[in-house]
Design a protein around this ligand. Sequence first.
Ligand code: ARG
Length: 461
Amino acid sequence: MEKMWAGRFQKETDSRVNDFNSSISFDARMYRQDIRGSIAHATMLGEVGILTPEDVQAITDGLEEILSELQSGALTPDPNAEDIHMFIEAELTRRIGDAGKRLHTARSRNDQVALDLRLYLRDEVNTLLPLLRELIETLCRLAEQNADTVMAGYTHLQRAQPITFGHHLMAYAGMLLRDISRLSDAEERMEECPLGSGALATTTYPIDRARTAKLLGFRAPVANSLDGVADRDFCIELTAALALLMTHLSRLSEEIILWCSWEFRFIELDDAYATGSSIMPQKKNPDVTELIRGKTGRVIGDLVTLLTMMKGLPLAYNKDMQEDKQAVFDAFDTARLCVSTMTPMLATCRVKKENMRAAAAEGFLNATDCADYLVRQGVPFRDAYKVTGGLVARCIETGHTLETLPFAEYHAAHEAFGEDIYQAIALDRCVAGRTVYGGPAPESVLAQVAAVREKLTGEKV
Ligand code: ARG
């Protein structure tokens, strides 16, 4: 195929350079956005009198035909083309002749690709957000069902204080809500249109950048043409938001892996979301969650790729920037896949409430409540803390829990203890008493669920 830029050259490009240079294998997925952008560009060129109405019509019809053929599979991108932009323009020219050659007037692939990528990523965000909302709603439903499921809360992975499973799940709902807000926020900054920036310095043609921006649903054109073609901060921001989202999913995955273990036995995954072993007949493995945890590394890698790729680039466009697409596409593909697998897996898991409760009954989770009891009797907290520490040591020595330790031991440790200490340290009481805003008490969990749902149905989170 003759190169579009063949005029300047005396030699054919080495075939290895052709392959090396080509991005069509990964940018072909932007064909819809490329065609949308070209139609808007041609429309504007027609409106300001740079193209005749006939040319605009031929271009628009031709591009729409190409779009529907690409969609149906009747036309496939030529792997030998340099990129999707060159392919579509060449295909258009093959079909409509000279009008096709006029499409690229007052445009460069540099503003074209900067536009296509923004349009593509806008669509990606709009696909991912509903999936994330669904995941959050699944967490809410599970939390509602487990608003009073007592469970051990951990710090340092050591049993710390009693909470409810619903409370634990709603922590993730909060994180994911912020992920939605980060993605929407980054998308909002992407609402500026680079088209018309040209290669770097706009054009002497009287193009109307505000018009193309409007036609393509942008708030405004990018205010500086160099900035329009030279930055990829939108890719970086979005990938950073995705890396963080994945980090949240990875932490939840890690917990699910622990909870499924024989040591915890807090939940059991549905058979449809677990896998077996080729040799060990007893195994039921949480592969899905392990893969999510593993794939988080990829997305973090994508972010590092983008930052490293950009950090030394002089303005404006540099070919290095072609590398942006694989990284940001991979980040979106991975996050989309992980979110949409996590949701049904969580929705179908079985919660073993008895085991959660049993684990919360051991490990002195109520020690803080025991100290708090003394504080209510007028003992300063530090003293109460020390006395309780002594009681825990006694329990360990004598094989007791705070619930089974004889009252004589309490009385010997501090005279402020009354027989009602046993009620004060009862597990349900310790949980139910934590009605503070944002706490683990069942009513507080239900309030959290309601608040999250309200945010989810709102325009913005
Ligand atoms: N395939 C290129 C990319 O993804 C399109 C822009 C090419 N521009 C250029 N001046 N070579 O970045």
